[in-house]
Design a binder for this molecule. Structure first.
Ligand SMILES: C[S@@+](CC[C@H](N)C(=O)[O-])C[C@H]1O[C@@H](n2cnc3c(N)ncnc32)[C@H](O)[C@@H]1O
Length: 296
């Protein structure tokens, strides 16, 4: 239920945040992508930038308009439903997503939450394959384009008039800084570190500080398999501690790999249920598509 009051000038604030999304992602300026990034596109493509698939040359966020908008919607949700806690982004690059987060707090007249902006401010770490074997092939540490200094990120906040005491910077490698995050209560944890290590370290140290009803956003979940694996391993750890985890997914390998009990839904209704060891991919797909029932 939403209890937080809607600002009097809500329409103007919504318009401001819409425009900010377009500017932060470089869509408004048609900012071209880096030509030597790992994924190459020729010139500015609004469809590519919408999905956050390229690295903008000068714009403030590489996550694209859709993921930025999703972040905004979740911030508005925790504000409106009064889920307590600060908001942290781990992996900020030029700061764009965190700048939007600060702007959302301002638009909603929120003064009792902070945006924690965590980064090395010197790019990604080289892979430490002995400890984190799934980072073995990561070469993102070699890109100078990913190393943005703290001074530059502060200046980026300032250029939008959004640098104040509600923005807290945390500089250093996540393995060192996550245990020292200056907040015991978080409403949103936005992970965007692009590596197994950079995903599991924040999850391990921050998840316990998440308020009930809060959100963890894993920016790299569908793009970087090592980050997805980190989330799966973390879920495994929670289950190992005896916690019940509800996973909603349409990816068969994911649910078959993680679940102990599987409930199949079709068109909003429960159509079947399986226990681990008593299922097959064929039976699950059959239930989800209706073929199993027809055959019975
Ligand atoms: C993909 S960029 C983040 C994009 C950003 N969220 C945006 O809105 O455009 C990844 C960032 O994570 C940081 N990073 C990755 N792993 C890290 C680690 N282990 N410790 C500290 N910073 C890390 C890098 O310095 C880089 O700024």
């Amino acid at each position: 239920m939403y209890t937080h009051p809607v600002p009097d000038d809500f329409a103007a604030q919504r318009d401001y945040l819409d425009k900010l999304e377009l500017t932060l992602t470089g869509i408004a300026q048609k900012d071209p992508p880096y030509s030597d990034g790992p994924i190459k596109f020729d010139g500015f493509r609004p469809d590519v930038r919408d999905l956050g698939l390229d690295w903008p040359t000068t714009a403030f966020s590489m996550v694209g308009r859709k993921r930025l908008h999703n972040f905004r919607r979740l911030i508005e949700r925790v504000i409106r439903s009064e889920i307590p806690g600060d908001i942290i982004e781990t992996g900020v690059w030029r700061g764009g997503a965190s700048i939007l987060a600060r702007a959302v707090l301002k638009a909603w007249n929120v003064t009792d939450r902070r945006i924690i902006v965590a980064d090395s401010f010197q790019g990604l770490p080289p892979p430490n394959a002995e400890i984190w074997p799934l980072d073995r092939d990561s070469d993102l540490h070699v890109y100078p384009e990913l190393a943005i200094s703290l001074e530059q990120v502060r200046a980026n906040f300032e250029s939008f008039g959004l640098l104040d005491e509600q923005v807290v910077f945390l500089k250093g490698w996540f393995r060192d800084t996550m245990p020292t995050v200056p907040s015991t209560c978080l409403s949103i944890i936005r992970l965007d570190g692009d590596m197994y290590e950079s995903t599991i370290d924040p999850l391990t140290h921050l998840y316990d500080r998440l308020s009930p009803g809060g959100w963890v956003i894993v920016d790299d979940y569908f793009m970087i398999p090592a980050c997805k694996a980190a989330v799966h391993d973390f879920i495994g750890e929670l289950a190992g501690e005896g916690l019940a985890v509800v996973l909603i997914s349409s990816e068969l390998p994911e649910v078959m790999g993680l679940a102990d009990r599987l409930i199949v839904m079709k068109e909003g209704r429960i159509v079947d249920e399986f226990q681990r060891g008593r299922w097959s991919a064929e039976a699950i797909v059959g239930a989800a598509t209706g073929a199993r029932k027809e055959a019975a």
